[in-house]
Design a protein around this ligand. Sequence first.
Ligand code: SAM
Ligand code: SF4
Length: 339
Amino acid sequence: MGGHHVSAPAPLVDRFGRVHRDLRISLTDRCSLRCTYCMPAEGVPWLASETVLSTDEIVRLARVAVEQGIAEIRLTGGEPLLRPDVVDVVARLARLQGPAGHPEISLTTNGLRLPGLASGLRDAGLTRVNVSLDTLRRDRFTELTRRDRLHDTLAGLAAAKAVGFAPIKINAVAMRGVNDDEVVDLTRFAIHKGFQMRFIEQMPLDAGHTWERSEMVTGEEILDRLAEHFTLTDRAGRGAAPAQTWWIDGGPASVGVIASVSRPFCGTCDRVRLTADGQLRACLFAREESDLRGLMRSGADDDALALAIRACLGLKQPGHGIDDPSFLQPERPMSAIGG
Ligand code: SAM
Ligand code: SF4
């Protein structure tokens, strides 16, 4: 085993000087919904169960990463709440200890299982929740996610609020001719309920590889729509956060736009991703993965795992290059990489 560090290790820095503090862990590639921009109706070929990391393995890799300087862990998927022991995973991750203390644990979810899990997750040490919700209309939700479960996502949001998570963010992917006419309605809903609305540009990460830039609703279009109904003032201090945020009518409500494609924020990216089958990716769009599962299962010690994490970051590119003619969509869909 790695032994105790006398002093804090060097920051997790890449070739471009970006310090990495944020680890996204996919807890499963499976999902209870089939959002059109993410999965085909029939789902994707699921990972073989023996390749999916055990909870001990996840906690070990996270411990090594936290000891190396990761300060925030976001659980995602697939649908992370489908993992039967998700509360235990949160509890164990929240107890890890790095140079800057315990990591902050957050979750991105479709919300369906929050009614039953929210209080357990809060008690386990989860602090922040993002719930994905693209529409407030039942027929649209059913069409978009291929499941008639708007009611459950709304119940999940209510449960998250009832147990005191703060802030609670709503993520919506804006799609032309699908839900772009709901930008203002979703924002009003979020203001009314005390949630923070975040609009995301659609990225080329769907399993069907059908993304087209011209079909994408840009962050600028979203802001133009919002500006017709609200007074928006720039909220300073974005830091490494993907969202650029605005106060609505002077605050305290705010709205954010994640313009990953039209205004990439790769220059301040502090994120690294661990797939459910134990592959480390320096970027959503990375073409290489580092096989931490294989290393770990062949007996690597903590120091070797720490070195592998640093080597993976050494391969990180300066940007995602979506706008580059030579851009190639990653082979794995978002649900397998971990959104
Ligand atoms: N199932 C959980 C959920 O939906 O929140 C967590 C995983 S999901 C892949 C994480 C986020 O990625 C969601 O907010 C989803 O809307 C977003 N997402 C999925 N496919 C996307 C795409 N092609 N472009 C942009 N965002 C996408
Ligand atoms: Fe499932 Fe989330 Fe993908 Fe929708 S976006 S299919 S909820 S993983």
